[in-house]
Design a protein around this ligand. Structure first.
Ligand code: WTA
Length: 604
């Protein structure tokens, strides 16, 4: 930000588009962003007493105050941990406790689907949960969505909760010298789901991360200062951190932030925004593309915008969806990059270079410059290009954007990402420690990687990572539930959605009430995004003789796929009774399922 002041101070850094169309877009110039970040940094330092190395949890919607908050933290060397605004207060509280945050920053409310939602309510829940986990959050700073109003019905706690707009005037015009940080000092934490019930805090470094996202934004996204760039992700996920905030702002571009739902109030909204702001680079997920295609197939043709470049990220994209994106959204004029990467990685791993490499619908492409991917089979043998075999995609080399560690859990970091294919655990050579991404992939002769999806217990719902174990842990807090298993089910729009199987305690009768309870607990402990398609009460779970729950078989039943050999189960009869419950009396025609579902639960 500071380095753009000479040349670009009057240029829009951020254009905020409120969800209600009656509210006009708001532009923040680089100068204005600079002023706001400095004032808020002064508040964090002097009112909250925050200093370099402290952690702050941020639970905010898509408003410009969110990047202002993040950049103010960064200015002080304070580590921000942004929790997706759609996560529940409980989920926020768990993350606040894990990071040891003394301050929580939130907002009173925001618009979603035409409604002004009470968002601050989640802060009270978060603080209670954090306290139970042994962390006392001392201050809650609440940004206000509308001047002079209060969108939240929750009462303020005296001495703990503060309106930002009441305190901020004290720091009017203050300039805070940026605290110089070591390039290896942590910049932020981003919690993501893994194979256990506990989300892990991916710790990203200051220098490497920033350099990497800036490089990816420039060379893969083709972002230049004169571009109006719109990434539709939420800043609460890694895509938003890297490609709404840090990357485009480092390059002096104009970054668009849209508050609400892409199809509100109608299927033309996204294209109206693109036309009005003259957006020329567009970035979104296959789920959003599928949704926009379904709700308004020809809508893009009605608007006069021109994209030079478009990105897809977060899930595999079906070739026919890719083609609609190319022909209808991009009007045949825009290059598409399909970028494969993860929260852990800071920036892209595989993608074509725009206008240099040919595009191939459904394939992410080769490693981006500096990244050397390869595929290993389960035995640790390399799977070669053109073999047609799927395997585990790994990265041979370290790179600037890779996370430093899992916050507070170095052992888990090594075990999860590096142990699997390390042949000599005493080695200090990076060549011996390939990065295991936990995605299945196929490598074609042309060197393009096609990503198949997760090989661990993560479900990719609408491009958002949810841990099956997290959902199962939530189900088990309902006293009537004895066992729970969560599996992914193919969904036309969202890619995958969770389906929940539960076994009740002995002597408990199945009822709608219990199902409602389970639904409710998932929503309150995780968030609405984790809402299952169905909750099925079953008499027993398929298990091996050693008592291991076979999620793979349940996933096969839920997706009408072949269950494979079940004769080695301790209770093969259960499979048929569960099948009848899931599919009805008539057996559904078995189909070849998608690759990631065939291997789901392979590690059980
Ligand atoms: C999946 C999002 C196919 C993958 C940036 C990965 C993709 C997980 C793609 C990470 C893509 C991401 N094609 N699958 N272009 N991009 N994925 O951490 O399974 O939210 O492991 O990071 O999303 O999700 P995360």
């Amino acid at each position: 930000m500071d380095r753009h002041l000479d040349k670009y101070k009057n240029k829009a850094a951020i254009i905020f588009v409120p969800e209600p169309e009656s509210e006009a877009p708001v532009s923040l110039t680089y100068r204005e962003l600079y002023v706001q970040v400095n004032e808020f940094a002064a508040l964090l330092r002097d009112f909250c007493g925050l200093k370099a190395g402290d952690r702050v949890t941020v639970h905010m919607p898509m408003v410009p105050e969110l990047p202002v908050t993040m950049l103010a933290c960064a200015r002080l060397g304070v580590i921000h941990s942004v929790v997706f605004g759609g996560f529940s207060g409980e989920a926020c509280g768990m993350r606040a406790a894990d990071s040891g945050s003394q301050v929580l920053i939130t907002m009173d409310g925001y618009y979603r689907n035409g409604k002004l939602l009470d968002h601050k309510a989640g802060a009270d829940i978060a603080l209670n949960i954090a306290k139970k986990e042994g962390t006392t959050v001392e201050k809650v700073l609440v940004w206000r969505r509308h001047p002079g109003q209060n969108a939240s019905a929750t009462p303020f706690v005296e001495g703990r909760d503060f309106w930002v707009d009441e305190i901020l005037p004290r720091y009017s015009g203050e300039i805070v010298a940026p605290v110089p940080m070591d390039s290896e000092a942590p910049l932020f934490l981003m919690y993501t789901s893994g194979s256990t019930g506990k989300p892990k805090g991916c710790q990203h470094r200051t220098g490497g991360y920033l350099a990497y996202v800036t490089g990816c934004s420039k060379y893969i996204q083709d972002i230049h200062p004169e571009d109006v760039y719109w990434c539709m992700a939420d800043i609460g996920w890694i895509t938003g951190h890297s490609f709404i905030v840090y990357g485009p702002l480092a390059l002096a571009a104009t970054s668009v932030i849209y508050e609400g739902v892409p199809t509100y109030p109608d299927a033309g909204r996204v294209w109206r925004i693109a036309e009005r702001l003259d957006v020329n680079i567009f970035h979104t997920s296959p789920t959003a593309i599928r949704m926009l295609r379904k709700s308004g197939h020809d809508e893009p043709t009605k608007y006069k915008y021109h994209f030079k470049h478009m990105t897809t990220v977060g899930e595999p994209i079906e070739p026919e969806v890719w083609r609609w994106y190319y022909e209808t959204v991009g009007k045949g004029e825009a290059v598409i990059v399909d970028t494969w990467w993860q929260t852990e990685n800071g920036g892209f791993l595989c993608s074509t270079k725009p206008a240099l490499d040919p595009m191939k619908p459904g394939s992410a492409g080769p490693g981006v410059p500096g990244i050397y991917p390869m595929i290993y089979d389960e035995m640790g043998e390399e799977v070669h290009a053109g073999s047609g075999k799927a395997g585990n995609i790994c990265i041979r080399n370290p790179w600037p954007g890779i996370m430093q560690t899992i916050w507070g859990d170095r052992e888990r970091f090594v075990a999860q990402y590096y142990a699997k294919y390390c042949k000599d655990t005493n080695s200090k050579r990076w060549q011996d420690w390939p990065y295991f991404a936990a995605d299945g992939a196929v490598l074609a002769v042309d060197g393009y990687f096609r990503i198949l999806g997760r090989v661990d217990d993560v479900i990719n719902v609408a491009g958002h990572r949810l841990g099956t174990k997290e959902i199962e842990s939530a189900c088990l807090t309902v006293p009537e539930v004895a066992e729970a298993a969560v599996v992914p089910v193919v969904d036309e729009i969202k890619g995958r959605v969770p389906e929940v199987y539960i076994v009740l305690q002995p002597d408990v009768q199945a009822s709608q009430e219990i199902v409602d309870k389970v639904n409710h607990v998932i929503e309150t402990m995780i968030g609405k995004i984790a809402r299952p398609r169905r909750i099925l009460v079953v008499p027993d779970m398929p298990k091996t003789r050693s008592g291991k729950l076979m999620r793979r078989i349940l996933a096969a039943l839920s997706n009408n796929m072949a269950t494979g050999d079940i004769t080695t189960l301790a209770n093969p009869d259960v499979v048929e009774s569960v099948r009848v419950l899931v599919q009805g009396k008539e057996a559904v025609v078995l189909q070849e399922g998608p690759e990631d579902l065939k291997t789901f639960g392979a590690n059980e």
